[in-house]
Write a protein that binds this ligand. Structure first.
Ligand code: AMP
Length: 395
């Protein structure tokens, strides 16, 4: 696996696929710059080597050229974060882009316009990839968030750099973190899977059963397991058509010696609303008209004890409807437990969709070992898939 450290970038033009798909407010200001900050070490290493950086990214889902999706909006933010001037060119391929790339001097940074202004990007078009490839000497992929897509700039382009392609620091770190959970991490290994649906996590569960010692199934997902085992779940969310699957997972886990932990009690609400009436009930005795919306106190304690035993922890998915303040306690308590275990030396990886939002919202970001920058890419990695963007560099 080639990384930046295998190359000296002196007088080289690095063509870097970054993931600058950042959220913007109505004034086109960046509201969360995590992805830009995450790419900084890669860019700085190349500049310090005496190279130059040509940054390419997508932003949002434009239909053709749409000013609101122009990467021009983020130039100032990128400059502030990198501490260097950033040149911007309103194209990503063609004569204008080629001239700008040719004129780029060592130590300089050029940001290209949104790749998705061209439909060829998402189509993984070869000619478009070749045009992009013309701009740089070494291709660096540092965009984990799009590594699961076989797009022109994330995958196909790598063909044009057979000997001069590598991962950036961010992508390398993402791969290493997932490897720790899936292969190399110190035991006992724990996966906490929460969130709304069993169906969206099923492949992950089946894949990680070979690697983990403990599995916590929390959040909305747990009710399918409880009902499948004969519990009364009231109006809690449930995927009836996945109940057989749930029982099968429990069987597989047993055969593989994985200890499965499902909440024993829940906060039940009489409406799906922050100011609903609530009561604490056993998870398998939820009255009709009530629905489980958060982990109960016994479950929180039970999960804390499991977390504290483990040396490698993966967390994906909240334990309750954390977007509503009244139902965020279980998710916050789990974050606290994982933070404490991390402080005591465990490796903790948080990733995939809503868990990242939860971790940020409750301030756990700096208290866990690693927060993944890729939602879908992280989930697909946990499902055991080799991501096309990663395969294209390794081959
Ligand atoms: P996911 O994208 O599958 O990780 O699911 C995240 C969503 O699951 C969040 O929006 C939570 O509000 C939701 N969720 C977690 N627990 C419950 C629950 N007990 N009932 C309904 N939704 C839940």
């Amino acid at each position: 696996m080639k990384t930046l450290n295998d190359f000296n970038f002196k007088n080289k033009k690095a063509l870097i696929r970054v993931d600058f798909n950042v959220p913007l407010n109505e004034k086109f200001e960046v509201t969360d710059a995590t992805r830009i900050v995450s790419a900084k070490p890669t860019i700085i290493k190349i500049l310090e080597d005496g190279g130059s950086c040509i940054l390419m990214s997508h932003l949002g889902r434009p239909k053709g050229v749409q000013d609101e999706f122009s990467l021009q909006h983020i130039v100032k933010e990128v400059e502030d974060i990198l501490g260097v001037e950033v040149k911007f060119i309103s194209e990503c391929v063609g004569e204008k882009a080629e001239t700008a790339a040719t004129n780029l001097q060592p130590g300089e940074v050029l940001l290209l316009e949104n790749l998705r202004f061209h439909k060829e990007e998402e189509a993984g078009d070869r000619d478009f990839s070749e045009k992009l490839a013309k701009l740089g000497d070494i291709y660096v992929n540092d965009a984990f968030g799009t590594a699961h897509r076989a797009h022109a700039s994330t995958t196909i382009i790598a063909d044009f750099f057979p000997k001069s392609k590598c991962f950036g620091y961010l992508l390398a770190q993402e791969i290493e973190s997932i490897d720790k959970v899936m292969k190399t991490g110190e035991k006992p290994v724990l996966a906490v899977l929460g969130g709304a649906k069993v169906s969206s996590k099923i492949t992950i569960i089946e894949n990680i059963l070979d690697n983990v010692d403990h599995l916590i199934i929390g959040g909305g997902m747990s009710f399918t397991f409880v009902k499948a085992q004969g519990g009364k779940i009231g109006n809690s969310i449930c995927e009836d058509d996945k109940m057989d699957l749930a029982l099968d997972i429990l069987k597989q886990a047993k055969a593989k010696n994985v200890q499965v932990h499902i909440p024993v009690d829940v906060i039940a609400a009489d409406a799906f609303s922050n100011d609903a009436n609530t009561q604490i009930v056993d998870i398998n005795k939820i009255p009709d008209g009530w629905e489980g919306v958060d982990a109960g106190p016994k479950s929180i304690k039970q999960f804390h004890d499991v977390v504290m035993q483990c040396k490698t922890i993966l967390w994906n998915g909240p334990l309750g409807v954390f977007e509503m303040e009244s139902f965020a306690k279980g998710t916050i308590a789990l974050g606290d437990s994982i933070a404490e275990a991390t402080k005591k030396g465990a490796f903790s990886l948080v990733g995939g969709g809503d868990s990242v939002a939860a971790v940020k919202q409750f301030g756990f970001e700096d208290k866990v070992s690693y927060v993944s920058t890729g939602g879908g890419a992280m989930l697909e990695s946990l499902e055991g898939k080799v991501l096309p963007g990663i395969a294209a560099i390794i081959e």
